[in-house]
Design a protein around this ligand. Structure first.
Ligand code: PTJ
Length: 255
């Protein structure tokens, strides 16, 4: 299907347009082939969720906004998929949460790092971390290319936002005492389990809500905001999300 051929009336228009954005990102050198596969896995979980933002996800979004606002050095980690899907939203969130944007890739490549940084700049980012070798640092506990971080960014961050993440990084960041916020449609992933706050929602739907919650909470007293982040229970929230998925599958199988 050629670009622009998707009718807004198509029953799967949002999903098709999201795929189109990723493919465009792949062709522009932002997304790796593996990123397309990762998106497919996300879609499968989203389908089970009913492609909607659950009450549990909304709670996690509010807690995530509170955690970002309570941080001293919050970082938004940017990979190829999110650079293609939500670049403008990442820039807006970085502004409202006063958080730095850092490019951090699993499938490392200087060329892609530069393309992603340029994409963020195109959407208004004034400063992008993770691309200047002068400030390159290493987190030994991480077993992938993601160990290469910016000394002014992830290395010294207290709160790290890691959307669409693979394997071991959330665990390693936790061991280093950092507060981790994940966005992952798979509530069973190691990242989802290791994070302090996991937003089980499609990044496409979650980002605008996260921006709004951050704007709203920024007007609240700091002590209240800190309490919201501290009171969030990730384990029970993930269990409730899995329960919802089961309930939905059961209802479908009983039809
Ligand atoms: O650009 P790079 O090199 O940093 O690589 C990025 C990918 C995504 C390829 C890399 O991080 C990876 O391989 O990730 P995984 O291990 O496939 O994990 C990605 C997780 O994100 C999976 O659990 C998916 O279910 C989930 N996911 C995929 N698309 C979405 C999503 N979650 C929320 N919204 C989505 N649109």
């Amino acid at each position: 299907m050629a670009m622009g051929d998707i009718s807004p009336n198509h029953p799967r228009a949002v999903s098709l347009k999201t795929r189109e954005r990723l493919v465009k990102g792949f062709e522009a050198g932002l997304v790796v082939g593996e990123g397309l596969a990762a998106h497919g896995r996300g879609e499968a979980f989203d389908y089970i969720l009913g492609e909607r933002t659950t009450l549990q996800a909304k709670k996690a979004i509010t807690a995530a906004a509170a955690a970002l606002l309570s941080a001293e050095n919050p970082i938004l980690s940017v990979n190829g998929n999110v650079a293609a899907l939500v670049p403008g939203e990442l820039v807006e969130l970085s502004e409202v949460a006063k958080a730095k944007l850092e490019v951090n890739l699993f499938h490392g490549s200087r060329k892609r790092e530069t393309a992603i940084a340029n994409q963020l700049r195109k959407f208004g980012a004034k400063k992008v971390y993770g691309v200047d070798p002068k400030f390159s640092a290493r987190i030994q506990e991480i077993q992938s290319n993601r160990r290469r971080v910016d000394s002014r960014g992830i290395a010294s961050a207290d709160v790290v936002f890691v959307p669409l993440e693979d394997g071991d990084r959330a665990e390693a960041l936790r061991k280093l005492g950092k507060f981790v916020i994940a966005v992952d449609l798979n509530p069973m992933s190691r990242t989802a389990e290791a994070a302090n706050i996991t937003i089980v929602d499609n990044i496409i739907r979650a980002m605008p809500l996260l921006i709004n919650q951050t704007k709203r909470l920024s007007k609240n007293p700091t002590a209240n905001v800190k309490k919201i982040a501290a009171n969030f229970d990730n384990e029970s929230n993930l269990k409730a999300t899995l329960g919802l998925m089961l309930k939905r599958l059961k209802a479908l199988s009983d039809r």
